[in-house]
Ligand binder design. Structure first.
Ligand code: KPL
Length: 338
């Protein structure tokens, strides 16, 4: 890839020399995007690489990002996963289902002072981490940056930043300064905003993902196709169930979820959802941490979500290698219009 060398915008933020480094676990598109912009902003940021990724890095040192018609390559510090150095601040940008196994491989580097910042889709991972690493303070951030790797085999460090958006970082009572330090380290391009009520935002993002991700994956379509019939009907039926669930749960603030869903469908109309991309690449999806999490929570309060449950079953079937035909759509209860 011929990349013209261009630097992204820099800030005048002063990073104190003794500032603790930010390590990033998960060298995919989100991990790469944050590593590049944090490094460009002068933050001490280190991308953790597996051995095979380290070999690929030698062929393509630096993270190359294409945004609009501009391309720049950013130097980033990388580190092997297995080194012994303790980690102070860890950003997790892995897929939800890969998080615990990845954390186990670096458990020798985690101390009771290691602050973990979760930056990924889905819910339920935080509980898993708290159980295994109860002493590590945990924070959440949610990003809606549109970024993907067009050919992760040819060059895992080449990213297309398709849609610039924002990231929300949740203030944590335990480590109130960390969200702000993270926002500062990310610099101006990534637009990180601090929020008090991250739980509500996590639920909103989860709700949006429960509609867009499985529908686009099963129908192999762009996000924008969900605004058109017949998929618009399926998206609306999933929203009906979300409204029912939020109505019964204590989450009274989660009104207008349908508007959120359709706003994101329109804003990301030309995007390929992450679940569709996983299907195409033959990777396991995050369905258990998206629809699976929602259905479990609904079960706990006695709410039945037949359409979401049917989608969960269909994705599980497809992941286990079953061909999903029109007939299997029809045979699954209530999925005629999914
Ligand atoms: O988060 C996303 C994803 O693909 O995982 C959305 C918002 C649906 C954008 O594609």
């Amino acid at each position: 890839m011929a990349a013209s060398e261009m630097s992204p915008e820099k800030t005048s933020i002063n990073h104190t020399p003794d500032a603790k480094p930010w390590h990033i676990l998960g060298a995919g598109s989100i991990g790469g995007l944050f590593a590049a912009h944090m490094s460009a902003n002068g933050a001490d940021c280190r991308l953790l690489l597996k051995d095979a990724q380290m070999t690929a890095w030698k062929n393509h040192p630096g993270i190359t990002i294409q945004f609009d018609n501009l391309t720049f390559t950013q130097t980033v510090k990388v580190e092997k996963l297995h080194t012994a150095m303790p980690i102070d601040r860890l950003i997790i940008a892995t897929k939800a289902q890969d998080t615990l196994p990845a954390l186990q491989t670096i458990s020798h580097r985690l101390t009771s002072n290691t602050i973990i910042l979760l930056l990924q889709n889905g819910m339920g991972v935080a509980e898993e981490i708290r159980e295994k690493f109860p002493h590590c303070p945990l924070l959440h951030a949610i990003t809606s940056e549109g970024v993907y790797r067009p050919d992760s085999k040819a060059n895992p460090f080449f990213l297309i930043h398709a849609g610039r958006s924002k990231t929300l970082a949740g203030i944590s009572a335990e480590k109130p300064e960390t969200a702000r330090e993270f926002a500062q380290a990310c610099g101006p391009v990534l637009n990180v905003q601090i929020v008090e009520n991250i739980d509500e935002h996590l639920w909103r993002k989860l709700a949006v993902n429960t509609v867009i991700n499985p529908l686009t994956a099963l129908n192999d379509c762009d996000n924008g196709d969900l605004a058109k019939l017949p998929l618009r009907m399926a998206a609306n039926q999933l929203c009906d169930e979300l409204e029912l669930f939020f109505g019964h749960s204590q989450k009274n603030t989660l009104k207008n979820i349908r508007k959120d869903v359709f706003d994101v469908i329109h804003a990301t109309a030309n995007n390929c959802s992450s679940m569709r991309a996983d299907f195409r690449a033959g990777h396991k999806t995050e369905i258990e941490y998206i629809t699976g999490f929602l259905c479990n929570e609904a079960k706990k309060i006695g709410v039945s979500l037949p359409k979401h449950t049917a989608l969960l079953e269909l994705i599980r079937l497809k992941e286990s290698g079953h061909e999903i035909t029109d007939r299997s759509h029809r045979d699954s209860s209530n999925t005629e219009s999914l």
